[in-house]
Write a protein that binds this ligand. Structure first.
Ligand SMILES: *Cc1c(COP(=O)(O)O)cnc(C)c1O
Length: 383
């Protein structure tokens, strides 16, 4: 059936009906009291979700724009940047820093593993000149969550700023910006925040503001001082995507009404069910349980199986979209997202489609084994 889709890629993700309805409200002018009221509410709600008192700005662009804004405002040409890379998005953050003239010290961890804190400690001790540390909360290319609290504790002992890419983590996996010492948190609308693409959010600590104000990199659209000035009146420096701001206000209500702890527990449960199902089907997971993401799961395809062929069956015959691998994992894995507007039956649908497609692709598979494993997790019968 042509219109029946199950979008299970790590962004964009499905949009809840209440959010879609909010987005379709009549547009209003952005230099108005009505807009200012909404923008103030959005900021206060985001502060609750990011667990911070810091300034937060919403930009009209995709997540990469938030990463670029973070770098443009804190990295001056010639600065030393320590880049903690666990996959494709870690690489992107490093590339942006290089584009702004930083001397980037790249620390590459194996794809599928998380950041090793001992290595971070050693690198920071060896390089006291580091001005900025780049980290990824949830590495979407592998389905690995990094220990931002641990990294933050190490960076806090130095004058360096910690910039965190939380684009696919925010709204799915806990982040405590203030307590963990995250100086700039970058997030975006189209992942666990359940909105269409088009907005990014950035929080800025007091420690960061001192650097931001004196930074020597060119910036215009992404100028944080310009944004700060506009936000004094709860405005934005340039025309915001007004409709998406309506949607953001609505989606933050959904998250806060469900309760942050419940939102994170739901994601953990879905992730556990997916991992259990995948194992029961005899497939291998990319990440160890210890650092496996609650927002998405990376799965190795059985030896000799064509991933794109498998994903094509899943998409064309069952209407379910999984993501493929990125970078060095292209052709080797597929990724199932279970973030944002996702619940138990989404997992059942995904696993069911996977089982059928594996059978059709000629893999040996016991139909129902994955579904049963997921059901046992949901019924609280699994370890
Ligand atoms: C999606 C994503 C981004 C941003 O990508 P855009 O396409 O620019 O929105 C950045 N980092 C991570 C970890 C992501 O998952």
């Amino acid at each position: 059936m042509r219109d029946k889709h199950y979008l299970m890629v790590p962004g964009p993700t499905p949009v809840p009906p209440a959010v879609a309805a909010a987005i379709s409200r009549p547009v209003i002018g952005h230099r108005t009291e009505d807009f200012a009221r909404i923008n103030q509410q959005i900021t206060e709600k985001l502060q609750k979700i990011f667990q911070t008192q810091n300034d937060i700005f919403v930009f009209t662009n995709s997540g990469t724009g938030a990463l670029e804004a973070a770098v443009a405002n804190t990295v001056s040409p010639g600065d030393t940047v320590l880049s903690l890379i666990t996959g494709n998005f870690g690489e992107r953050f490093a590339k942006i820093a290089r584009a702004y003239g930083a001397k980037v010290i790249e620390v590459n961890f194996e794809w599928g593993r998380d950041v090793d804190l001992k290595v971070v400690e050693t690198k920071l001790a060896e390089h006291p000149e580091v001005k900025v540390v780049l980290a990824t909360q949830n590495e979407t290319s592998t389905g690995v969550t990094n220990d931002i609290a641990g990294i933050g504790a190490l960076v806090a002992k130095t004058p360096a700023l910690l910039l965190v890419d939380g684009v696919s983590g925010a709204g799915a996996i806990e982040i405590k910006v203030d307590q963990w010492g995250v100086d700039l948190l970058c997030t975006a609308s189209q992942k666990a925040l359940m909105l269409p693409p088009g907005l990014s959010m950035l929080s800025v600590s007091d420690k960061a503001w001192k650097v931001v104000e004196n930074n020597r990199s060119p910036r215009f659209y992404f100028s944080l001082p310009a944004q700060k000035k506009a936000y004094k009146k709860w405005n934005t420096a340039y025309t915001p995507a007004v409709s998406l701001f309506f949607g953001l206000d609505a989606t933050l209500d959904l998250i806060l009404e469900e309760g942050l702890d419940n939102v994170y527990a739901r994601h953990a449960l879905l992730a556990k069910a997916v991992r259990s199902a995948v194992r029961s089907l005899g497939l291998k997971l990319l990440a160890e349980d210890r650092c496996a993401s609650n927002a998405l799961t990376g799965v190795w395809v059985p030896e000799g199986t064509d991933v794109d062929g498998l994903r094509k069956i899943i998409k064309q015959q069952y209407g379910v979209t999984f993501a493929g691998g990125q970078g060095i994992l292209k052709g080797k894995i597929f990724r199932i997202a279970h973030m944002g507007f996702a619940d138990k039956m989404d997992v059942i649908i995904a696993v069911s489609a996977l089982e059928m497609a594996l059978a059709q692709a000629g893999c040996s598979v016991e139909l129902g084994a994955g579904i049963r494993a997921a059901q046992e997790v949901f019924l609280g019968r699994a370890e």
